[in-house]
Design a protein around this ligand. Structure first.
Ligand SMILES: [Zn+2]
Ligand SMILES: [Zn+2]
Length: 421
């Protein structure tokens, strides 16, 4: 019987890997450019960390976590988002060091696990590239995180990415807003979807990002958080907008952007791209000034972003960005006859030791079959070794694209190929 992959997850196969490697390499390169250092945390953490950080009443914690007990009956959870583990590692390893003013800038590329309804680009194991700047309340750092993200999208040829910007306030101003929001909703609560009816008490801010048509209509007239920000939050938001203007970064103010996690304060943002249908977000983030304290650390302001790599790649494909054809490279060692075989194996090892990609036909088929194989593997050169070549210490070098071939000394082969490849 054949085993099948579990529902909701996928394989990333060799013919898709070029796009992945490009995305990962671009993100790493940009993070270095912006002075973010990589951090790698385990794929599971104590369940309590996520319950505490993300919030008990969020969809993630209430419905989407992969939680299990290990053999010592500890409750563990596969990482459902990237920020809480980074904050945990930051605190546990005292990454702040001795300088309380230092901005600790970290990035990660990691699998994320959510028991979500499977849909385009929403796998139960998907991948996020994220960056976190810990230790600064300044709105210019929010702008930096946004700029880094946009540079990443641009590096993949995504030109139509829209930045949606909002402020979700702070513990000072948010309660007043929530009261006003609930006052607006209450008369219509019966007409709203069951999720919203639950959120009304549990997590009213999340009413704002309901995708249900009726709910959306009711919420259209709802008061906006942006009208009720306290002085500090309003100044922060204004400065952020000015900074984005200064950097020529376009944005749309969208008071419905609240993100699904409790820890956001002030700035919340999302990136949307065409080609993904109604679920068009390819990433988002915001400020989380209260999270580090919530996780047991000193009050420490911070801001971050998480980018969904699957969805970004779908957007890239939808945008018609052509993946570069893998260039022909490497050398195929063709051997003719038994005496050439050990010489061929030695040459194969020498080529690889010199940093030249190389392959051989271990099944030692006919020359014609070997050349066909070399072509199928996308090799640029064939290095042919037969009786004559061994006797004269030469090799017949065939250009697999043009079909031209000439005889060169074995001792000169590596220099010649290194110069060409
Ligand atoms: Zn505020
Ligand atoms: Zn709803």
């Amino acid at each position: 019987m054949l085993y099948r992959i579990p529902r909701g997850v996928n394989d990333i196969l060799p013919d898709q890997i070029a796009a992945w490697q490009q995305a990962e390499a671009n993100f790493q390169k940009l993070c270095r450019l912006y002075n973010y250092e990589e951090v790698r945390t385990p794929i599971f953490e104590q369940t309590e960390l996520f319950v505490r950080a993300v919030g008990e009443d969020t969809d993630i914690v209430a419905k989407e976590m992969y939680t299990f007990e290990d053999r010592s009956a500890r409750s563990l959870t596969l990482r459902p988002e990237g920020t809480a583990p980074v904050v945990r590692a930051y605190l546990e390893n005292s990454l702040q060091g001795q300088d309380p003013d230092r901005l600790v800038k970290l990035y990660y590329i990691a699998p994320i696990f959510r028991y979500d309804r499977p849909q385009a680009g929403r796998y139960r194991q998907h991948h996020q590239a994220g960056a976190e700047a810990i230790g600064s309340p300044e709105p210019e750092v929010d702008a930096e995180i946004i700029q880094l993200s946009l540079d990443f999208f641009a590096s993949l040829g995504l030109k139509e990415v829209t930045l949606l910007l909002n402020s979700v306030g702070c513990p000072q101003c948010r309660p007043t807003y929530i009261k006003a929001l609930k006052r607006h909703i209450e008369p219509h609560l019966d007409e709203m979807c069951s999720d919203c009816q639950r959120r009304y008490d549990a997590n009213p801010l999340r009413l704002l990002d309901c995708k249900n048509q009726t709910c959306r209509q009711i919420l259209e007239q709802a008061p906006s958080m942006l009208d009720m920000l306290c002085e500090e939050c309003a100044v922060h938001f204004d400065t952020l907008k000015q900074t984005l203007d200064l950097l020529d970064i376009a944005y749309n103010i969208d008071p419905h952007i609240v993100r699904g996690l409790d820890y956001y304060t002030k700035t919340a943002f999302e990136f949307v791209a065409p080609g993904l249908g109604t679920q068009d977000s390819i990433g988002g983030g915001g400020r989380y000034d209260g999270l580090i304290e919530e996780c047991g650390g000193p009050p420490t302001p911070a801001v971050g972003v998480g980018i969904g790599l699957e969805r970004t790649l779908i957007a890239q494909e939808a945008a018609g960005v052509a993946q570069p054809e893998p260039a022909r490279e490497g050398v195929f060692v063709v051997t003719i006859g038994a005496p050439a075989w050990p010489e061929g194996l030695k040459l194969l090892a020498q080529l690889r030791a010199a940093g030249l990609p190389a392959e051989i036909d271990y099944r030692r088929r006919s020359v014609r079959a070997q050349l066909r194989y070399a072509d199928g593997e996308g090799c640029r050169w064939a290095a042919i070794l037969g009786e004559d070549e061994i006797r004269s210490q030469t090799v017949t070098l065939r250009n697999m694209v043009s079909g031209e071939q000439d005889s060169i000394r074995q001792s000169e082969l590596i220099d010649r190929l290194s110069a060409e490849l």
